[in-house]
Design a protein around this ligand. Structure first.
Ligand SMILES: Nc1ncnc2c1ncn2[C@@H]1O[C@H](COP(=O)(O)OP(=O)(O)O)[C@@H](O)[C@H]1O
Ligand SMILES: [Mg+2]
Length: 245
């Protein structure tokens, strides 16, 4: 049983279709990367998976549970299991790094502060920020802030981590530390769905790559197959363009 199974998923904004029948699955400890041109619906797919957007039709099954988007309880299940990190990290500027990481588990999940703080410290150590617990976001670089955002997502103890272009807003010299953090999580066996433009990173790390265009999955496969032997004309065109850089 895949950890996450999506079947013929359709979603729209107002009445404009954006996801036009997406089928894809993610196994436990798999790292699936979604690539594709801007506007193809990658972020929209992730928004559906964290319950921020209700799909028009299709099926989302998480750990064997079919999500009913009309049910508050199911949306809660979705939000409990899937954590997302966005390009814009949006930390609370008036709170320390440690408080940014602990606030949701303590205030929303009602967990014991001491236990959450211990866990948060371990997470911040893992992302390389053990010495920044008491710092405020504006004292950190963009890459450090993004790593706080990743620690904040992990503090929710998700089964799935969804990453939406988490390095796209960073200065080039700050990208690698964030990618190293993601590599560490991969080595820990975290199940991830990653949207990224960092092609060499995606290729090295992913168990499977899914190419989306215009609201559909164009092609999917092992990284070497998709990059070296794309089958469809659309995939050949896209891979050709990105490999020319
Ligand atoms: N909140 C929104 N309201 C209306 N249209 C949107 C919204 N967000 C995205 N779109 C449109 O949906 C399409 C897919 O967007 P998106 O999922 O962000 O693509 P990607 O992440 O692949 O670049 C685009 O045409 C975009 O303009
Ligand atoms: Mg996007």
């Amino acid at each position: 049983m895949p950890a996450l199974a999506i079947t013929d998923l359709r979603a729209s904004y107002a009445s404009r279709p954006v996801l036009k029948g997406i089928t894809l699955s993610v196994g436990t400890a798999e790292i699936v990367s979604v690539i594709g041109p801007s506007g193809s619906g990658k972020s929209t797919l992730l928004r559906v998976l964290v319950g921020l957007l209700r799909p028009d039709s299709g099926e989302v099954v998480v750990e064997g549970r079919r999500i009913d988007y009309a049910s508050k309880r199911d949306i809660h299940v979705l939000r409990n299991r899937c954590a997302i990190v966005f390009q814009q990290y949006n930390l609370f500027q008036n709170m320390t790094v440690l408080d940014n990481v602990t606030i949701a588990p303590v205030k929303i999940k009602g967990r014991k502060r001491q236990e959450v703080e211990e866990e948060a410290q371990a997470l911040l150590r893992k992302v390389g920020l053990a010495d920044k617990l008491r710092a405020y976001p504006d004292e950190l670089s963009g890459g450090q802030q993004q790593r706080v955002a990743i620690a904040r997502a992990l503090a929710l103890r998700p089964e799935f981590l969804l990453l939406d272009e988490v390095t796209s807003a960073l200065d080039p010299e700050l990208v690698n530390d964030v990618l190293d953090t993601i590599r560490l999580l991969a080595a820990d066996g975290m199940t991830m769905l990653i949207v990224s433009h960092e092609m060499s990173f995606v290729r090295e790390l992913s168990t499977k790559i899914v190419l989306m265009a215009d609201g559909l999955v164009v092609e999917e496969g092992a990284p070497a197959d998709l990059f070296e032997r794309p089958q469809t004309a659309r995939a050949q065109e896209f891979i050709g363009k990105i490999l020319r850089h």
